[in-house]
Design a binder for this molecule. Structure first.
Ligand code: FE2
Length: 329
C-alpha cells in the first residue's frame, strides 16, 4: 500500500487530509512537526511527504533538508503546504528540492491531484532507472563478449539493428521488441566461456576446438537462466545456430520447432557476417549477400522471414568495419 506522511501542526487540517487520502486507498501517518515527522519517516519509510512549512520545534525546510540527507530520502516526493502569505518562501523550498506546493486553503481534489501526480512521476522515474540499469548490464556483457574477439567489432550492435528492423517488419509486439533488443545483443554471451585462442584462431579449428565452440549457445543459456530480467533473451542465445532443415545446433530443431527468435537471429547474424570483411575475403556487396540469404531460404533459414528480410532493403552496415571480420560461429 502507498504510504503518505502528513506533517501539519493544525489538527483540523491534518485530519481532513487524512480522511481524504484514506478514502483514496492510501495509508496515512500524521506528524505535528518536523521532529515527529523525521521519527515517523525512519519508522514507516513513506512513499511521499506532504508537509506544512511553519511548525514548532522543526519547520518544513529543516525537515526537507533532513529527509533529503537520508539515503532513502533523496528521491521521495516532497510536497509543501503553504499559506499564500508565505509565497516568498516557496523559492527557498524549491532550491532545497521540494517537488511542489499546495496553497492553503486548498480544495480536496487539488490535494489528490498533486499527490497522484507526484507518485506517478516517481513510479515513471523508478521504471526508467530500472530500464537504464538493465540496458547497461546487457551492454556490459555484450562488450565483454566482443572484446574477446579481435575482429568482430561492431558486429553485435549491427546484428541488433538488423534484428529489430526485421522484428518490427514482422509485426512483433512491444514486449517482443524489447526482448529482441536484449536478445540480439546477448546472442553470443556463451562465448565468454570459450578460450580466446579458439575465438581468434585464423587456421581451421580442430574437431575438439569446434566441439568446444559449439557449446556457446548452451553455455549462454546457463548463464542467463538464473537472471530474472535476462531470461527472456534465452531463445536468441540458445537457438541462433539452428537451421530450418534441422542441421543446426544445439537442438537440431527444424522448421517452426525452432523458436522464432532463433530463426530471426540466424538470418541477421549471417547477413552481417557476409557484409563485413573476413580474414580471407572482403565484405560481400549487399545484393550478393541477399542472394546468398535467398538461396538458403528453406534450407538454413525460415522462408517467410527471408521474404520479409529481403524487402527491408536498403539494409546497410552503418559504417565500414574497422577490422577484418569472421563468419558467425
Ligand atoms: Fe553464435
Amino acid at each position: 500500500m502507498i504510504h503518505v506522511l502528513i506533517v501539519e501542526d493544525n489538527p483540523g487540517i491534518s485530519s481532513v487530509m487524512r480522511e481524504l487520502l484514506e478514502m483514496e486507498g492510501y495509508e496515512v501517518t500524521l506528524a505535528a512537526n518536523g521532529l515527529e515527522a523525521l521519527e515517523a519517516f525512519d519508522r514507516v519509510a513513506p512513499d511521499l511527504v506532504v508537509s506544512d512549512i511553519m511548525m514548532p520545534k522543526m519547520d518544513g525546510f529543516a525537515l526537507l533538508e533532513a529527509v533529503r540527507a537520508r539515503p532513502n530520502g533523496a528521491g521521495i516526493p516532497f510536497l509543501f503546504l503553504s499559506a499564500r502569505s508565505e509565497q516568498a518562501a516557496t523559492s527557498l523550498a524549491r532550491s532545497l528540492g521540494a517537488d511542489d506546493y499546495l496553497f492553503k486553503p486548498f480544495a480536496p481534489e487539488d490535494l489528490l491531484i498533486a499527490v497522484r501526480a507526484k507518485l506517478d512521476r516517481r513510479r515513471a522515474l523508478q521504471l526508467l532507472d530500472t530500464r537504464l540499469a538493465h540496458v547497461q548490464t546487457v551492454r556490459m556483457l555484450a562488450n565483454a563478449v566482443e572484446a574477446r574477439e579481435s575482429y568482430t567489432r561492431g558486429h553485435v550492435e549491427r546484428v541488433q539493428q538488423y534484428a529489430l528492423q526485421l522484428a518490427r517488419a514482422l509485426g512483433w509486439d512491444a514486449e517482443a521488441l524489447l526482448l529482441c533488443e536484449f536478445g540480439a545483443l546477448l546472442h553470443d554471451v556463451g562465448k565468454l566461456a570459450v578460450p580466446r585462442s579458439i575465438l581468434n584462431k585464423r587456421r581451421p579449428l580442430t574437431y575438439a576446438e569446434w566441439q568446444l565452440l559449439r557449446r556457446h549457445p548452451e553455455t549462454g543459456r546457463q548463464m542467463l537462466e538464473g537472471v530474472d530480467h535476462l531470461r527472456g533473451a534465452i531463445p536468441y542465445v540458445l537457438h541462433h545456430h539452428e537451421r530450418w532443415n534441422g542441421d543446426g545446433y544445439p537442438g537440431r530443431l527444424a522448421g517452426h520447432d525452432i523458436p522464432r527468435e532463433g530463426r530471426l537471429l540466424a538470418i541477421v547474424d549471417a547477413y552481417d557476417a557476409m557484409t563485413t570483411n573476413r580474414p580471407y575475403r572482403l565484405a560481400m556487396p549487399v545484393e550478393q549477400a541477399l542472394d546468398e540469404i535467398r538461396s538458403q531460404s528453406g534450407i538454413q533459414f525460415d522462408p517467410a522471414m527471408v521474404e520479409v528480410f529481403i524487402q527491408l532493403q536498403p539494409l546497410r552496415p552503418e559504417a565500414p568495419p574497422a577490422r577484418l571480420d569472421d563468419a558467425p560461429l
